[in-house]
Design a protein. Structure first.
Length: 180
């Protein structure tokens, strides 16, 4: 299992490109959904940390068990939180730091830590999204009963349907709407 420590706004900036952001919260949630989808097919988990102007560090509820979201505070920036987490997790787990921040990359340059730029990670997210959207990668299920039963059974069911439709309605049946 690997733990991804993600600098949220750093990745979000790369994810959005240079487009105008009208609703920051919506864009953050969209990014978190993409990260959850990316982590969903594995035992990996992600800790996404956003800088914030709050007084205290806040953890928000996550829609999935493999993605945790934190908002930093005045006293602890996202970079500081990621750095601290690296040192706590490095002994027992494989750690991947996702950030294009040079200072954070330099600080987390350790033997057991994989460092990824935001651009690399966003490319991975986009590739993952495209592979999911590709119908040839999906398992298709036949939704029609005609596709799941034999031809003879289909013919018998059609005959039963036609015979039932040809019968006159009887008084008191559920289809006629009269109660008992």
């Amino acid at each position: 299992m690997s733990v991804y420590l993600i600098d949220g706004y750093n990745v979000l900036h790369e994810y959005l490109g240079h487009g105008e952001v009208t609703d920051l919260e919506e864009e953050r949630n969209r990014l978190i959904d993409h990260i959850a989808s990316y982590m969903g097919g594995s035992s990996d988990r992600a800790i996404v940390v956003f800088d914030s102007r709050m007084q205290l560090l806040q953890k928000t509820e996550s829609a999935t068990r493999n993605v945790e979201v934190y908002f930093g505070s005045f006293s602890r920036s996202a970079d500081m939180i990621i750095e601290r987490e690296v040192y706590q997790l490095i002994a027992g787990e494989s750690v991947t730091v996702v950030s294009s921040d040079y200072q954070l990359q330099k600080t987390t340059f350790l033997p057991k830590v994989i460092r990824r730029s935001s651009r690399q990670f966003v490319e991975d997210l986009q590739h993952h999204t495209k592979s999911i959207a590709n119908p040839s990668n999906c398992i298709t299920m036949n939704q029609r009963i005609e596709d799941r039963v034999g031809r003879e059974t289909v013919e018998r069911l059609k005959a039963l349907r036609d015979a039932t439709a040809a019968q006159p309605e009887t008084k008191g049946s559920p289809e006629s709407g009269s109660g008992a």
